[in-house]
Ligand binder design. Structure first.
Ligand code: SAM
Length: 346
């Protein structure tokens, strides 16, 4: 097994059955070796600095009905909100003062009639904080909309592909959504010059080990700048309420495999992994993740952006919240890197 891990580190690719072996080995010393190698590669690329992204949850209004997601349009228990332009700018102001140099505007997917409003918001952020990166995570849109937002000043776009296998994708999404369109969006985003992030939920209902291997292969082929991966966590008002959560173990193995396959990728230790265990975020970093995304959204709206149950809160809006994160990182010998943290691939 150690030879396999060395090969992955040197050649950045393995055969499907070999990824499977790494994902399923029960030998703790093999798993530890995998983590060690991934950590070393992350440290070669980024040192022991962890990039921060300030997450602003723009709106929980969504036209989609993804079966796993707490803000799906048919969940009538959600109190819907959309931040005002002033609220978003205030989040940026507060975040900038603390030291954030990347803002991630994430939200439910809206119709195209509001794309202009978003473009205006992006230009205001661009002009207000010219030295900051603007990341969007607003779902699937026509190429022209992505182009409009890019011209307005957006630099990066996160759009998890969720499942490369079309059958699994269909089991996770309502009729009318197809992996084809999602992959097309990811291609457009790259063509338009965004730094692009793709990824999946680990342990999503109906997901097999084979599916995960297919996702690894897709990610290696697509070569995204960022990789967003977190465990699936059930939300009580969705059709998947009774499915078990994904595991931290499998999620961290995937971080490590992808770190070795794509050494320069920006890989967040996600909120979902932090939700499953108090040491989840640290375990992600020790598996080769190098980004953390504290929340800059107004306190009053955070509970309403409930994608899954018991979502962890890492408040980045206060110096105190950042101190907690700094201390947490220090326990494993890491520190915050306050730079914009662009992809080394560009
Ligand atoms: N609407 C945008 C989109 O679809 O990309 C951004 C918001 S969407 C809620 C962000 C991500 O949340 C999704 O890509 C999905 O992987 C994740 N997510 C949603 N429900 C989840 C759940 N129950 N457990 C873990 N992650 C979840």
């Amino acid at each position: 097994m150690k030879r396999l891990i060395d090969t992955l580190r040197q050649e950045h690719v393995l055969a499907p059955h070999q990824y499977r072996a790494l994902l399923t080995t029960r030998n703790p010393s093999d798993v530890e070796y995998l983590m060690e190698q991934a950590r070393e590669v992350a440290q070669q690329q980024f040192g022991k600095g962890i990039f921060l992204r300030g997450l602003i949850e723009l709106s929980n209004v969504c036209r989609n009905d993804c079966l796993y997601c707490g803000i799906r349009c048919s969940n009538c228990h959600v109190t819907r909100y959309t931040l005002t332009r002033e609220q978003v700018l205030a989040c940026c102001e507060q975040g900038y003062a603390i030291g954030f140099r990347t803002f991630v505007i994430q939200g439910g997917e809206w119709g195209e009639e509001r794309s202009r409003w978003i473009a205006d918001l992006i230009s205001e952020i661009r002009h207000g904080w010219p030295d900051c990166a603007i990341t969007l995570s607003l779902g699937e849109h026509p190429r022209e909309t992505y182009a409009l937002w890019r011209e307005a000043g957006a630099d990066r776009y996160l759009l998890r592909h969720e499942a490369h296998n079309s059958r699994l994708y269909s089991l996770l999404h309502p009729a009318g959504m197809a992996i084809r369109s999602r992959l097309q969006c990811l291609e457009w985003l790259k063509e338009l010059g965004y730094q692009v992030g793709a990824g999946i939920m680990v342990g999503a209902p109906y997901q097999s080990m084979r599916n995960i291997v297919e996702d690894i292969e897709y990610l290696i082929g697509f070569h995204p700048h960022m990789i967003g991966i977190g465990p699936f966590i059930p939300q009580h008002d969705t059709p998947f309420a009774r499915f078990p959560a994904g595991s931290i173990d499998l999620t961290t193995r995937l971080y490590a495999i992808l770190r070795l396959a794509l050494p320069q990728a920006l890989i967040p230790s996600t909120t979902a992994i932090a939700t499953l265990a108090p040491d989840g975020r640290r375990r992600g970093i020790l598996a080769g993740a190098n980004v953390v995304m504290p929340n800059l959204s107004p306190e009053g709206n955070r509970k309403q952006y409930a994608l899954y149950d018991n979502k962890a809160a890492l408040g980045g809006e206060s110096a105190q919240g950042i101190k907690v994160l700094e201390n947490d990182l220090a326990t494993i010998g890491y520190h915050i890197d306050w730079s914009r943290g662009d992809s080394p691939d560009i």
